[in-house]
Design a protein. Sequence first.
Length: 178
Amino acid sequence: MTVDALLAALAIFGLRVFNNAISTIRVVLITRDQRFWSAVLGFIEALTFAVVIANVVKDLSNVLNMLAYCGGYAIGGYVGMALDARFVTSYVVALIIARTRGHEIALALRGIGFGVTETQGEGRDGQVTVLRSVTARRDIPRLSEVVYQIQPDAFISIVEAKHIQHGWLPSDHTGGPA
């Protein structure tokens, strides 16, 4: 195994990581109806893929290049998800249903910077408080922690918010102060 062969495999691996990471971000942008940036990333993704696959298929017996290609794909998906979680602000709607202490949950969430809409509803077993909060996806663990500290059997459903307008969101997009 030569240094050139190792460098070629490393280049294939790196480009495949980049390619799949771009693909992951592009899919997120498509779901958010960001057509222009989806198209730009699609072009970069296709170009990178063409360069990488051309170097792999010219010698399918080269196991090192095949492993680099497959490994790059696997790591690229992970990298893409990490980039999405870190740099792409995605919003979700948290629907919280509590049989008791619903108003207390709303006050606690508002106290740490979450916007919450509170309504009364009728569940299978009687009155419930229904809380809705639009927040950044990365803030859901903190929201859930507060809810479950107050009402351990509360029901929480998280739905992707494709498009939001108006309303109240913290200016730093992190669910308020830590």
